[in-house]
Design a protein around this ligand. Sequence first.
Ligand code: AMP
Length: 407
Amino acid sequence: MKFNDLDLSELIIRSLKDQNYKKPTPIQAEVIPAILNNSDVMAAAQTGTGKTAAFVLPILSKLSNPKNNYKGHQLRALILTPTRELAAQVRENVNTYSKYLSIRSTAVYGGARIHNQKLKLRKGIDVLVATPGRLLDLYNQKSVNFKNIEILVLDEADQMLDMGFIHDIKKIIKLLPERRQNLMFSATFSNPFRSLALEVADKAIEISVTNDNQTGDNIEHCVHPVDKSRKTELLIELVETEKWEQALVFTRTKHGADRLKKQLDKVNIKSLAIHGNKTQNNRMKALDAFKNNRVSILVATDVAARGIDIKNMSQVINFDVPTVAKDYVHRIGRTGRAGEKGKAISLVSADEFRLLQDIEKLLNQKIERVEINGFEPEHAVPLKHKPAKKKFNNKGGYRKRKRSRKG
Ligand code: AMP
């Protein structure tokens, strides 16, 4: 299938040529016609599949006859996202694909000055990208009017639910006109997502495209077993010997991200850290420096990195194994994007074996263990869980292990 077969406006197709997109990704091929056909849609798609363009392109096509009679504070399409970074990035996508159209768009999110956002909303907007909390603040201050909304998008809905936005989302939905098109995107069709989707639109078409990222077709997974105390040393060794020009490195905690950045500084590896304690401006600047190759390592926590789009990311490193297996899939969504090859490398210490097992179960594959010379761990990371041997006691039963209780 080609973009020309999709009934998108000519001016949008021209912007896709500028981006050098050859053909629609599988999710785009399914979702775009459904949206142009005015259906409500719920789609399972992760970042990296081209899902943003899957909803942005048809929305722009539908709005491409701009209403000249903008009324103050009104909107035509509202896109809700879980994080500031994702909001800014979706807005960037809207800008890119609407460069030959006269479409007004902006993004509003917390951590940036509300006053400037109010000014932008004053004359009316075609496409508004927003995080739920800031949108409600703006609504309560009468800076935004939902009366003319034609299309609602929930982007990364499962993440919004994980982050506790359910009440804000429900409040917002109650304020919208009943006649509208609803588009809901989520990494998985989890039960909480399904029940929210039912409330938003009970006749939505379900679209789910098997995702290369999850099955790992275009992603090579690899585990380097290593003792916890030597992870930093091993990371430095890999950066130097593999000559990584760019790597996104995940740590579990904000403190861990800062500490790793400092250790990389000491050996002159240019890096920056992004996490929830950094200001919005700080995070944007770090992302920008990384995208423009001014630093080679971006150390991130899961929440800070969720949804960010970094092109041509050839590897993602799990410095710490995520405690929730689903986060592994989100993390590696940043490599192997739109069909390119990618590498997901995990530095795993023996105490993280259980977490690794959960990930392998989710991926339905065993990940190869590759020990690096000089970094062989004292505490091995097994391939399979061996149940502890049960010992008989002299009463003919199993001996219970004593548990020590602390505190
Ligand atoms: P997303 O899943 O929306 O985060 O998009 C992932 C990446 O794929 C982004 O960098 C897009 O610019 C890129 N992309 C989207 N659609 C296409 C396409 N049809 N062909 C090539 N790249 C694309």
